[in-house]
Design a protein around this ligand. Structure first.
Ligand SMILES: Nc1ncnc2c1ncn2[C@@H]1O[C@H](COP(=O)(O)OP(=O)(O)OP(=O)(O)O)[C@@H](O)[C@H]1O
Length: 317
């Protein structure tokens, strides 16, 4: 059953081209979805609309049976049940970790507040930092405090807007694994916005690809990898080599096999050492270039090689 329902949202900022175009998405309760899209594709706008913090031109958002009201319709915009977390932590610099997490609970009964803060400090592994100020914490720990604050009101939905962009790769990976387990445990519904496909895949098995305000494709990473709807969705996963003589047809570098004889001849013009293979740039006699993967690391710049690939792996649009 769909729990968060985004129905035909349209949004145009004043005198501008549409930021969100007929966007519909239904998310079951407790599901974690990664929303991937390039800069300016409308991801933040969509999250703000879902949270009831941004007006829209048409369409509706429902949380269960409840219609989410826009700032035009609601005196105090936003909902306790739907919490947005940003890349910038927005923590109170002179308040401790404990005070920051408890801030939204100011109106709540003292004993409940204490209990909820302790629960979140435990859940997030922040107990030993409870009396520290934000500046005494690492970036990852500060983001955990921001997420703890968002979780304090027991929201049904958490919207994460590129929350890990200012963290390094190792910090990011660790935090994503930790948070995923926490969100699952709390059965909270999550939309995780990112432009980094690897981060998206670490967080969830349901991807939504957005481009120029439109939902391009929704599905498992395997399904989108196998049958991308357009060039953008395909390129999220890897570079694409255009197949000559076949317009709008491409082959992924990982699907090209390299031989010392037999196949389409090419010359290695560049070599890049990557973790699992050497990435080669090869040039054909007509001057066009491809990227291919030398998994055995045998070819050097200047070498001649021959390429073969399974036609069934070609991607056409
Ligand atoms: N307050 C605003 N007023 C006018 N135009 C805006 C406003 N906010 C966003 N836009 C425009 O709407 C479009 C979508 O922006 P949005 O920030 O939602 O995209 P995004 O995918 O979140 O981008 P990024 O990844 O860079 O944050 C862009 O063209 C942007 O310039």
């Amino acid at each position: 059953m769909s729990y968060l329902k985004i129905d035909s949202i349209q949004k145009v900022y004043q005198n501008d081209k549409p930021a969100i175009v007929d966007f519909s998405l239904e998310i079951p309760r407790g599901q974690i979805v990664s929303l991937v899209g390039e800069s300016g594709s409308g991801k933040s706008t969509l999250l703000r609309i879902i949270a009831g913090l941004e007006n829209k031109n048409s369409g509706e958002v429902f949380l269960g049976e409840e219609r989410i009201l826009t700032p035009k319709e609601k005196l105090v915009p936003g909902y306790d049940e739907i919490q947005l977390v940003f890349q910038e932590y927005h923590l109170y610099p002179n308040s401790t970790v404990e005070e920051n997490i408890g801030r939204p609970l100011i109106q709540y009964e003292k004993e409940y507040k204490k209990q909820r803060i302790n629960q979140l400090l435990n859940l997030l592994g922040l107990v030993e930092f409870r009396d520290k100020l934000p500046r005494q914490l690492s970036g990852g720990q500060q983001q955990k405090v921001a997420i703890g604050r968002a979780l304090s009101l027991e929201p049904q939905v958490i919207l994460l807007d590129e929350p890990f962009s200012s963290l390094d790769t190792i910090q990011r990976r660790e935090l994503i694994v930790e948070l995923k387990a926490i969100f699952r445990k709390l059965e909270v519904t999550v939309i995780f916005v990112t432009h980094d496909l690897d981060d998206a895949l670490q967080m969830t098995e349901t991807l939504v690809v957005m481009q120029k305000g439109k939902l391009i494709q929704k599905g498992s990473p395997e399904a989108i990898f196998e049958k991308p709807k357009n060039l953008y969705a395909a390129k999220l996963f890897s570079h694409l080599n255009p197949v000559s003589q076949k317009p709008k047809t491409y082959i992924r570098p990982s699907d090209v096999l390299l031989f010392k004889s037999a196949g389409t001849a090419a010359k290695v013009i560049d070599k890049q050492y990557l973790v699992h293979y050497n990435q080669l740039t090869v040039q054909f006699s007509n001057g066009s270039e491809w990227k291919v993967e030398d998994k055995k690391r045998v070819f050097a710049v200047g070498d001649r090689l021959y390429l073969q690939w399974d036609k069934a792996k070609e991607i056409s649009f």
